[in-house]
Design a binder for this molecule. Structure first.
Ligand code: ADP
Length: 900
């Protein structure tokens, strides 16, 4: 219950009135109307009720007579009778008031009053409240006219059955209640916009403790003079208070307006706004919302809830369409919105009452002030209070002025923020240019293709902050894209588990990476790559692609959680070299135009760097090959000179022997020496022929000159065997059926056979067996090793081309697996760890393979087991016997067929 204790300094409250003056006025009234007691109830704006502020009686209850006071206006009772000995002069504190001014001029206004203590159940205790219609005070308020009543009627009407009984220490006879009506001036001034102002500012009740005379009707007209004075006094006091408050507010406003343009710290500014607002009105919650024109987004930038600033406001903005009411009030209507409890319960504005500042739907007052900047509204300040009518017209005006001042400040702060953002952006751009530069360096300084691609992918992924980057190289046949370098920026999240192996550097991981293959030719990638400088692959397209992709490609597309992957064709001049792809798993990320610009620049740079590195690698490989050839050549010279020397020394040895012993030698001896010389010469010329042959083969563009004709295989084999068997110790078994005809150069065929048989003999122990055998089959059936399969021939000539496969099998030392693929190369000889040195140039198999291939066949090592032996095989196309042979055969067949 609000109580104002007399004599205390006026509290800063709405209901605080200068009671001393009012008491004086009441006293005068009592004198005029010859009343012994009086109380004054005043309207309390916060409570919305009348509250008794004053209850006085003449000191001895006026029992001995009728106290009388007179006013100088002389309206009634010119003489005053002071019945009480001790007199108090009441000092009037406020000479400015006209009513009081008049009072002051009244001489002899001295009477001793006593305050009536507010006992429970007593008559009009100080502090009690009355709603309209309640008790005599509420009744007079509601009726808004004066009223005279006898005690019995009063008790009957207001304290009868069911109502609070009175506990009286005195016996009143008459009551005279009059409303204190608001002066018309104040009503006009507050106009329509004012918060609901009471028509009745208060009620004064006079009562008599003597039975007669009672109050009469004439006095009802007079009372107006007194209540008007009170009203004027109250109103005057209120205005002075407003004035004082306003001047205080103006001072604060001045301070605020001094702060605002001088700082751009938005948080600090808003804190000041809150502190200022608190000084003016009651705020249990406050919310500052801004609308950013650039982003067209709404931000809640400051909030106070239950008197405490809300920490850690969400930084996300919201779209205007999610705040329809806010938009309507601030951007369309552009008005101050004041809601009282009645409005608040209608729920129409619920959206404004909820959010980061808590739920304000139970508030009693709500005020929204738009921040207007010229014709735009850049935001709003919303206030809520738990008190009804917390926001009065004059306070709202001050707050509006405040909002105007801060709007400029906030706009300044935001402009500053904006330019700072621009500056930051510019700095970022600078930084990214530097990053791009270093990225460029990291790719252009490296000549190793792998390292370069790794650098490239890492640099671009970091540059645009993508979590995964992959470079896919177009396969030489243009059919598919093969991953060459992968970079996964962070290892967090399940998404990157699929790529976790990619950080290790071993060859095995390289192989794994290369298993990621995407279809290109005829796929959506080919189409999209041809359409623009870059494109995006979303989840749906990735799935579409995954269905066509290899297993590794499908795993990549599905398990790296592609939401939106940018793909940039990497082109060197007009040739597509590959695609760069970047994305961040789970993110539907659109790259900024400046990022794409950088990526495109880097990709075109990378294209030429890749090309350079590739060329460099090719040159390096060629160099290495040259180096190897050089070493081989050196080795060859050593071998060849040895090879040449062996037969040469035999020749010169036997020749000088022949010369020395020519006189005594027997014809057999001479024949033997001559044969030795001839054999060595033969060996020498074969060697020289081989070397010439090999040298010729290397001459660019030279094609072997062929003289093909049908050759009967068995005859050719036997001829080779007979030449060779003179010089070798092993036995050669010939398992070749007659009448297999090959269409080839007989000279070359014999050379191949001789070479293979010679090798078999050279690399086998003396007592072992050599076998030469033939299988007839079709081209498709030939058991060729993978790398020797002749796809072209299969397509051109068909898989059912009849061929003969000739194999030379020995039981020799065999060839170590790691050397098996090398022996067909020029000058290459297997290491001689297995047996003692054997003569040779390393040219035989090389030449043989070239001869056989020139004749449309293939030569390969069919099987070789160290210590057990080898099988060298070749195939050549079969042909039908020449016509004359066929005729002969037919003849002999018919001879045989003749009946005996
Ligand atoms: P050369 O026999 O003159 O060294 P080749 O080109 O004929 O040159 O053979 C290359 C190498 O292949 C030989 O040095 C030898 O190591 C190996 N080689 C060839 N044929 C056989 C074979 N039948 N058994 C074991 N090794 C062989």
């Amino acid at each position: 219950m609000p109580t104002a204790i007399w004599g205390e300094p006026e509290p800063e409250r709405n209901e605080a009135y200068p009671l001393a003056t009012l008491k004086q006025l009441v006293h005068q009234m009592m004198g005029h109307f010859a009343a012994q007691g009086a109380c004054l109830a005043l309207y309390d704006t916060l409570l919305g009720q009348m509250v008794i502020r004053l209850h006085v009686r003449l000191r001895n209850g006026g029992a001995g007579g009728q106290p009388s006071l007179s006013l100088s206006t002389g309206q009634s009772g010119a003489e005053s009778v002071h019945r009480v000995g001790r007199r108090t002069t009441i000092n009037l504190q406020d000479p400015s008031s006209s009513a009081v001014g008049r009072l002051k001029r009244t001489p002899g206004l001295q009477e001793e009053l006593e305050d009536v203590p507010p006992l429970p159940g007593s008559l009009f205790p100080v502090g009690s409240r009355y709603a309209p219609g309640q008790d005599l005070i509420g009744y007079t308020w509601r009726e808004n006219r004066s009223c005279i009543m006898e005690h019995e009627s009063y008790v009957y009407a207001f304290h009868g059955q069911h109502k609070t009984p009175l506990n009286l220490d005195i016996r009143p006879y008459w009551y005279f209640a009059a409303p204190i009506q608001e002066p018309p001036l104040a009503q006009e001034e507050s106009g329509q916009r004012a918060a609901p102002q009471p028509q009745v500012l208060g009620v004064v009740v006079l009562y008599k403790l003597v039975p007669s005379p009672g109050f009469d009707l004439k006095q009802r007209q007079e009372v107006h003079t007194f209540t008007e004075r009170m009203a004027l006094y109250l109103e005057n006091h209120r205005l002075r208070q407003i004035q004082r408050r306003t001047s205080e507010h103006l001072q604060s406003l001045q301070q605020l307006s001094a702060i605002f343009p001088s700082t751009v710290n938005l948080a600090y500014l808003l804190e000041q706004v809150y502190q200022f607002t608190r000084r003016i009105v009651d705020v249990s919650a406050m919310l500052v919302t801004l609308y950013d024109r650039d982003t067209r987004m709404i931000y809640d930038v400051y909030a106070v809830c239950d008197g405490r600033p809300v920490e850690g406001l969400p930084t996300e903005s919201v779209e205007p369409r999610t705040r329809r009411q806010w938009w309507r009030v601030t951007q369309e209507e552009k008005r101050t919105l004041l809601l009282s409890p009645a409005h608040l319960r209608q729920h129409e504005y619920d959206e404004l009452l909820q959010g980061v500042w808590g739920d304000q739907r139970q508030a009693e007052s709500f005020l929204l002030l738009p921040m207007k900047m010229f014709n735009r509204v850049i935001g709003s300040v919303s206030l809520a209070s738990q008190r009804p009518n917390a926001y009065r017209h004059e306070d709202i005006q001050v707050l509006e002025t405040m909002v105007q001042i801060i709007t400029v400040g906030i706009e300044n702060a935001r402009l500053y923020e904006r330019s700072r953002r621009l500056l930051r952006k510019a700095r970022q751009r600078e930084e990214s240019l530097a990053a791009m530069n270093s990225a460029l360096q990291s790719i252009s300084l490296v000549l190793n293709v792998r390292e370069m691609l790794d650098n490239f992918v890492r640099a671009v992924a970091n540059l645009v902050e993508a979590e995964i980057g992959v470079f896919f190289q177009l396969s030489p046949d243009g059919q598919e894209l093969i991953a060459q370098a992968i970079y996964a920026r962070s290892n967090k999240g399940a998404s990157n588990e699929a790529l976790s192996f990619m950080h290790a550097d071993s060859e095995k991981e390289r192989e794994l990476i290369e298993m990621i293959r995407l279809p290109f030719k005829g796929s959506l990638l080919e189409r999209m790559a041809s359409e623009g400088a870059f494109f995006y692959l979303d989840g749906t397209l990735a799935e579409e692609l995954a269905q066509m992709a290899s297993e590794g490609g499908a795993i990549f597309l599905r398990e790296t959680q592609i939401q939106r992957m940018i793909m940039i064709p990497v082109q060197y001049q007009t040739e597509l070299m590959g695609l760069l792809s970047l994305h961040t798993p789970h993110q539907d990320r659109v790259f900024q135009p400046e990022e794409i610009g950088m990526l495109l620049a880097l990709c075109s740079q990378a294209a030429s760097a890749i090309r350079n590195a590739q060329l460099f690698e090719q040159i390096q490989e060629a160099n290495a090959e040259l180096q190897r050839m050089n070493t081989l050549k050196d080795e060859f010279i050593v071998t060849a000179s040895h090879e040449l020397r062996t037969p040469l020394s035999a020749i010169s040895g036997y020749a000088s022997l022949l010369k020395r012993q020519s006189a005594r030698a027997t014809p057999q001896q001479i024949l033997r020496f001559a044969s030795k010389i001839a054999a060595s010469a033969q060996q020498l010329s074969a060697l020289v022929a081989n070397m010439t042959e090999a040298a010729n083969m290397d001459a660019l563009g030279r094609k072997l000159e062929l003289h093909p004709s049908p050759v009967e295989l068995r005859t050719a084999v036997q001829m080779a065997v007979s030449i060779l068997s003179i010089n070798i110790e092993q036995e050669i078994q010939v398992n070749v059926p007659e009448d297999i005809w090959l269409y080839c150069d007989p000279q070359l065929l014999r050379q191949v056979l001789t070479n293979l048989l010679d090798n078999a003999a050279k690399y086998s122990p003396p007592d072992s067996q050599i076998e030469i055998r033939v299988r007839e089959m079709t081209l498709g059936e030939v058991p060729l090793p993978e790398e020797q399969v002749d796809h072209e021939a299969l397509i051109e000539k068909g898989a059912d081309l009849p061929v003969a496969v000739v194999s030379v099998c020995d039981q020799g030392e065999g060839i170590l697996p790691e050397e098996q693929h090398k022996i067909f190369e020029k000058f290459v000889r297997a290491s001689r760890t297995l047996t003692t040195p054997v003569r040779g140039s390393g040219l035989g198999l090389y030449i043989c393979r070239r001869f056989i291939e020139a004749m449309g066949g293939k030569l390969w090592l069919e099987r070789s087991v160290p210590g057990e032996g080898s099988i060298f095989s070749f195939y050549l196309p079969r042909t039908s016997p020449p016509p004359e042979v066929r005729e002969q055969e037919e003849e002999s067949a018919s001879d045989h067929d003749e009946p005996a």
